[in-house]
Design a protein around this ligand. Sequence first.
Ligand code: ADP
Ligand code: 5GP
Length: 189
Amino acid sequence: MTRGKLFVISGPSGVGKGTICKKLLEADSNMRFSVSMTTRAAREGEVEGVDYYYVSEDKFLELLDEGQLLEYNKFVDNYYGTPRGPIVDWTESGHNVLLDIDYHGAFQVRESYPEAILIFIAPPSIEALKERIRGRGSETEEQIEGRIKQAMDDMAQADRYDYLVVNDDINAAVWQVQQIMRIEKGKED
Ligand code: ADP
Ligand code: 5GP
């Protein structure tokens, strides 16, 4: 059986990664989503085990110490990481896996899985990004400014990715990611 591929999606917070991933998963029942672990609080509407596994900082550091995380990063006072077990199980049973993680994590994944495909999602403009974060309504103005500063840092990494997709129209962005996946799935291992 062909080993499943890892598709890593990164980009600034609020750019639409979650929205894109949801649409990709709805369109492909064979694709699996890597649910990350985080020490941040759940946002309104987020569900344990679907959006994230919400854990205490102590628990997170314990799992990290045990080698149970494929990668991790600290972002705006909270830890985020990818549980290793599901990735190994899914890729070995032939499923392609989608990861929504930041660039620190993406490059750690590339170290462990050099064949992983890294896709960067960019906003059409910084103003549009601010509006999306505001529209989500889950951050204070101060937190939004923090996320915009972080966004500039994220954008500087875009050219280290295999592909760049601008999320202006959501359906066009999803379509472009699907084309990338088709091309990559068609390549010989
Ligand atoms: P991320 O996962 O990157 O933090 P989200 O998927 O939560 O971002 O999207 C942030 C906000 O932007 C959400 O309210 C979402 O509905 C909205 N959004 C996503 N893509 C677009 C788009 N192409 N145009 C306008 N709004 C968008
Ligand atoms: P948010 O709090 O908006 O859900 O996520 C904040 C940032 O953490 C985003 O850039 C997101 O991509 C990143 N992130 C989410 N999960 C992980 C993870 O498992 N590992 C890493 N390195 N970053 C993650």
